[in-house]
Design a protein. Structure first.
Length: 139
């Protein structure tokens, strides 16, 4: 949130950017729920108040199904209209990687989460972030 991309967007448009969080792929050797990382990022975006967040993937499709259902079953006054979704300015994607290093009875697992924020219109990568974690196990 403290990177130049955000200030550049606000300066250029006068508005908060709209972000969609895409997929975070688990490329590690362990079963890790990427949803945990996604929720943390989405929470940070919303709690900052500096970014607008739109739903992605299955949740967006569920909203669209509800909107379609309202066209048939809700009153005309309360049915939500089609074509009014916010279009995202940026998409965040990433991956989770791991490396295991073993020597005798010691094992160290290195995890790295890489995230990229891309301008949807221009395909320009405007931010890259990473977080490294090390887990030490001694048997």
């Amino acid at each position: 949130m403290g990177s130049a991309w955000l200030d550049n967007h606000v300066r250029a448009t006068g508005e908060r950017p709209v972000v969609i969080v895409g997929l975070v792929y688990n490329k590690s050797h362990e079963h890790i729920s990427a949803e945990t990382f996604i929720k943390d990022v989405e929470r940070a975006f919303i709690n900052s108040g500096r970014v607008r967040l739109v739903q992605a993937g299955d949740k967006r499709e569920e909203l669209r199904r509800e909107r379609a259902s309202q066209q048939d079953f809700a009153s005309v006054e309360t049915a939500k209209a089609w074509g009014l979704e916010l279009g995202a300015d940026y998409m965040l994607n990433g991956d989770i990687n791991s490396i295991v290093d073993t020597y005798q009875r010691e094992k160290v697992t290195y995890y790295q989460v890489n995230l990229e924020l891309t301008d949807i219109e221009s395909s320009e990568v405007v931010w890259i972030g990473e977080k490294k974690i090390r887990k030490y196990i001694r048997n």
